[in-house]
Design a protein. Sequence first.
Length: 120
Amino acid sequence: MLSLVARAYDDGAAAAFHAGFQDKAPWFALYLSFAQFNAMLAPHALRHAQGQLQQEQTSFRALELRAKSGESRRLLRETSMSVADIGERLGVSLQSAFTRFFKTQFALPTARCRSDAAGL
């Protein structure tokens, strides 16, 4: 189940969430948003999720970090959003903190990532 959740975050689309659960989830899951389904499962699935995370040798924090890293790279390469706006969108209020986060994740400054994507 966690790999489906991670895929939904990685793709950034509810469609991936719904498609991942085809023939595996209760009928009502197709009519819920990801957030609604997650909230409904949370009380009942926390122990199971923690077990899954241990089995997959990962954590909620690692899943969040992977999602934020991928989304930050995508936004830098595919949009003209400012670095500050991208950071804010991902929950990082200071541009300097986002720049540091990005450089830590990719060993590459944000400006270099953007220029490489533009072919400069």
